[in-house]
Every structure is written in structure tokens, then in C-alpha cells.
Design a protein around this ligand. Structure first.
Ligand SMILES: CC(C)(COP(=O)(O)OP(=O)(O)OC[C@H]1O[C@@H](n2cnc3c(N)ncnc32)[C@H](O)[C@@H]1OP(=O)(O)O)[C@@H](O)C(=O)NCCC(=O)NCCS
Length: 163
């Protein structure tokens, strides 16, 4: 994120996440209390946007996943090999502290996650996201994500389009 007042890095114990407040309690609690257990066990990776004082202004998590082809819209599925499922990267959580909302940080973190997933040597067909509600789903749709037909709070973006 050159030129921005934030730096994106893997979460580290020196980062100050004690007062993180995005307005959605489960997302705040997760960052404050649970994320390090998940990262230690390699159940998720966590990346944070940091201010120059090492305060966490936003974060997202990534983990490997797979999506059954039958869950994808037919126009997407028909372009795929006839496997029962395709590999994915799942962004389980994305949140921006209320002090930093509306400055493009959410979009920058999303772009960072897409770039990381698209650059990985481990292939994935899509980045999947789990929206916590309709407003979050609207944020992802605004950025070109497509909802699964039977599960509108799960959305995806093909990574080939990102590259
Ligand atoms: C959703 C969230 C991450 C957005 O972060 P943000 O830093 O305020 O958003 P940005 O400033 O980067 O917005 C970027 C663009 O998305 C748009 N946008 C932001 N929130 C939106 C929403 N809910 N619906 C549609 N568009 C939205 C902005 O208008 C902006 O559009 P533009 O680039 O065309 O001008 C943040 O509001 C948040 O943390 N919410 C609570 C937690 C949450 O819902 N997380 C997501 C699902 S887990």
C-alpha cells in the first residue's frame, strides 16, 4: 500500500489490537481474543493494516478452502474442469476500525488479499468471502464479487480475473 499511511503485515505480538473496534462485536472479539490460536494452529493466516504507531487499523484472515462446483453459478461452472470441487482461498473475516472507515482501507485490504491469493504458488480458482450480513455482502458486490445462488452471503471472485 505505497503512499498510504498504513502498512500491511502478518499479525505479530507487537501489534496493538487491544482496542480494535469495527462496530461488529464478534469481529472485534475474534481479533482481540481468538486469532492467535488460529494462526498458531495454521487454521487461518491474519494480515493487519498498521498505523505508524503499530496500531491495528484493519485486518483480514485467509485460509485454504474448496468449493463444490455444484454451488457455483452455471455460467461459472461450465468453464471449469469436471471435478466435483475446485480449490479456493477463503477470506473468513475483514474489518476496519471505526476510526479509519471510509478512507479506502477496506478496499485496500481486499485488494491486498486478492493479490496475495493470486500470487500464491498454491493454485486456487477463487477468493471466497463470508459476509456477516447484507451490508457486508453489498460491500463485496460493489467490488465485483458474485454471490453463490443458494447462499447469498457467500461470494466469490475468480482469481484469474485478478491477475
Ligand atoms: C465493510 C468494511 C470492511 C468497509 O471498510 P471501509 O474502509 O469503510 O471501506 P472503504 O472506504 O475501503 O470503501 C471502499 C468502497 O466500498 C464502498 N463501500 C463501503 N461499504 C460499503 C457497503 N456496505 N456496501 C456497498 N459499498 C460499500 C465505498 O463506498 C467505497 O466505494 P468507492 O471506492 O466506489 O468510492 C467496514 O465497513 C467494516 O469493517 N465493517 C464492519 C465489519 C464487516 O462488515 N466486515 C465485512 C464482512 S466480514
Amino acid at each position: 500500500m505505497s503512499g498510504a499511511p498504513f502498512r500491511v503485515a502478518p499479525l505479530d505480538s507487537v501489534h496493538d489490537r487491544s482496542n480494535f473496534n469495527c462496530g461488529t462485536l464478534p469481529l472485534d472479539r475474534y481479533l482481540r481474543e481468538q486469532v492467535t490460536q488460529d494462526t498458531r494452529r495454521r487454521a487461518a493466516a491474519c494480515f493487519v493494516a498498521l498505523t505508524d504507531t503499530q496500531r491495528v487499523a484493519g485486518y483480514y484472515t485467509l485460509a485454504s478452502a474448496c468449493v463444490p462446483i455444484i454451488d457455483l453459478p452455471p455460467e461459472t461452472a461450465k468453464k471449469l474442469p469436471r471435478y466435483p470441487a475446485v480449490p479456493a482461498v477463503r477470506m473468513g473475516r475483514l474489518a476496519v476500525d471505526q476510526d479509519f472507515k471510509g478512507q479506502g482501507l477496506g478496499a485496500a485490504l481486499l485488494a491486498d488479499a486478492l493479490d496475495r491469493a493470486a500470487r500464491s504458488e498454491v493454485a486456487a480458482f477463487v477468493l471466497m468471502v463470508d459476509a456477516k450480513g447484507d451490508e457486508a455482502a453489498a460491500f463485496y458486490r460493489h467490488h465485483g464479487f458474485i454471490a453463490l445462488p443458494e447462499s447469498p452471503l457467500t461470494l466469490f471472485l475468480p482469481l484469474a480475473t485478478v491477475r
